[in-house]
Design a protein around this ligand. Structure first.
Ligand code: G3P
Length: 222
């Protein structure tokens, strides 16, 4: 079952009430197409968004703290209480050391959050696969937010990642992201062995996010 993860980041078009509106669009497209669409939203928008949609809502970040005196931290239990069912870890805009990624995955598991763990390279993806992530998402940082997709510019990165990750766990789904803008980019990614994509600007900044998402999903049709 293919997966599209729409990362809302801190885009204006995907903040506050607009996060709810965009999540509803994602929900509608998911229902119409049968493709799983996950939205990763700012933690401050988790409660509101998760009350309004039935698709999975992920947090963009957790801190691996426990209940107690941790001013300013995003407690995993609180993220769950506010409606998240998963979390992005080690996004290149929120990078962590491998040891902290491991702790983050463990804390996420403690509270029942699914983990999409991002990696900039195939070797890091392999290391992450060994830590028990639920999804590995490979994204070359230099292509993020641009118009050249990972699948067109760096197909070898995707094939290497799929190969290395599947050596560790042949059932572990690999996603790819960065610069993904249309169904052609998605079709290549799927052919190279991805189970889905991680996308942000291609949907959040599109003039018509619904049409953009439907177009991406066209690339998942066999
Ligand atoms: O998390 C998704 C991401 O980093 C890719 O961003 O804007 O290139 O689709 P974008």
């Amino acid at each position: 079952m293919p997966i599209v993860v729409v990362n809302f980041k801190t885009y204006a078009q995907a903040t506050g009430q607009r996060a709810v509106d965009l999540a509803k669009i994602c929900e509608k497209v998911s229902k119409d197409t049968g493709v799983t669409v996950i939205v990763a939203v700012q933690n401050l928008d988790l409660f509101h968004v998760s009350k309004e949609v039935s698709i999975p809502v992920y947090a963009e970040h957790i801190d691996p703290v426990k209940y107690g005196a941790n001013t300013g931290k995003d407690l995993p239990e609180a993220v769950v209480e506010n409606g998240a069912t998963g979390v992005l870890i080690n996004h290149s805009e929120d990078p962590e050391e491998l040891k902290d990624i491991e702790i983050g995955i463990r804390r996420a598991k403690d509270v029942g959050l699914q983990t999409i763990v991002c990696a900039p390279t195939a070797a890091t993806s392999e290391a992450i696969a060994a830590l028990g992530a639920d999804f590995v998402a490979v994204e070359p940082p230099e292509l993020i937010g641009g118009d050249i997709s990972v699948s067109k510019a760096q197909p070898g990165l995707i094939t290497d990642t799929v190969e290395l990750v599947h050596k560790i766990d042949d059932k572990l789904p690999v996603l790819c992201g960065a610069g993904v803008k249309d169904h052609k980019d998605v079709r290549i990614a799927m052919k190279l062995g991805c189970e889905g994509i991680l996308v942000a600007s291609g949907v959040t900044k599109a003039d018509d996010p619904e049409a953009a998402l439907r177009d991406l999903i066209k690339g998942m049709e066999s």
